[in-house]
Design a protein around this ligand. Structure first.
Ligand code: IPE
Ligand code: IPE
Ligand code: MG
Length: 230
């Protein structure tokens, strides 16, 4: 059983296109898949689940689509926060989420505060997230500590660096899943993927179910991890 699984939830647009529906419908069904997978993670007692919901590059999409995604995000937080509180899910956000609209930032801060004592599963949602940006922000934070004299350059090691990342309080990433057949990282968790197992499926995100998730975990369990040893 992995401790920490991350998912690049891709393929909402293609799911909608296949059905001659607007892309927004694909995103809406994508939220349903998120709900099912978060519940599954809780039921399985997974320690941490990180979901790529909106990348720092997704701003390049048409304003209408960005607006649809933000609307769905808002609705998701409002509709699901009580279930998180009840089910012991601690909500966390990674990425520059403070650059989102003020009402969304307020909802996020409230939801994070309300679930901060939960310890069953940590759900980290990546919003306005880019791994290169995360690495640069971490470097900047470390440089600031060096400049103020609280950290010596010689004491910057991989642990100190990991502690400066958005994922600082999370277990190491064990498994990365990407749906929709694409086999790339798209600027997601570049540092954290160092020794993660990668699992790709052609299934489009809105079709991704508990059964697919279980299959990924079963295949992960059958793999031999070496971490450079033999
Ligand atoms: C993933 O689905 C959702 C987000 C990136 C927000 P896409 O919207 O990327 O769907 P495709 O890749 O166009 O099918
Ligand atoms: C990655 O998917 C981002 C999210 C799933 C939120 P994209 O659809 O944006 O990635 P590319 O453009 O295919 O690399
Ligand atoms: Mg995509």
């Amino acid at each position: 059983m992995p401790r920490h699984v991350a998912i690049i939830m891709d393929g909402n647009g293609r799911w909608a296109k296949q059905r001659h529906l607007p892309r927004a419908m694909g995103h809406r069904r994508g939220v349903e898949a998120v709900r099912e997978i978060v519940r599954a993670a809780g039921d399985m007692g997974l320690e941490a689940l990180t979901l790529y919901a909106f990348s720092s590059e997704n701003w390049k999409r048409p304003a209408q689509e960005v607006g649809d995604l933000m609307g769905l995000l808002k609705h998701f937080i409002v509709a699901d926060i009580d279930e998180f509180v009840e089910n012991g899910v601690r909500l966390k956000v990674i990425g520059r989420y403070r650059e989102l609209a003020p009402d969304i930032v307020a909802l996020i801060d409230d939801a994070v505060a309300r679930t901060s004592e939960n310890s069953r599963t940590t759900l980290a949602v990546a919003l306005n997230y880019g791994a290169q940006d995360e690495l640069v922000r971490a470097t900047s934070a470390i440089a600031a500590r060096v400049a103020e004299g609280s950290l010596a350059p010689a004491d910057i090691d991989t642990d100190a660096f990991a502690d400066a990342l958005d994922t600082a309080d999370m277990p190491p990433l064990d498994l990365l899943i990407r749906t929709s057949g694409e086999q790339r990282l798209s600027n997601f968790l570049l540092w954290q993927c160092a020794y993660a197992e990668l699992w790709f499926t052609d299934t489009l995100w809105p079709d991704f179910s508990r059964a697919h998730f279980a299959q990924a975990l079963a295949e992960y369990a059958a793999r031999e991890r070496r971490f450079g040893g033999r």
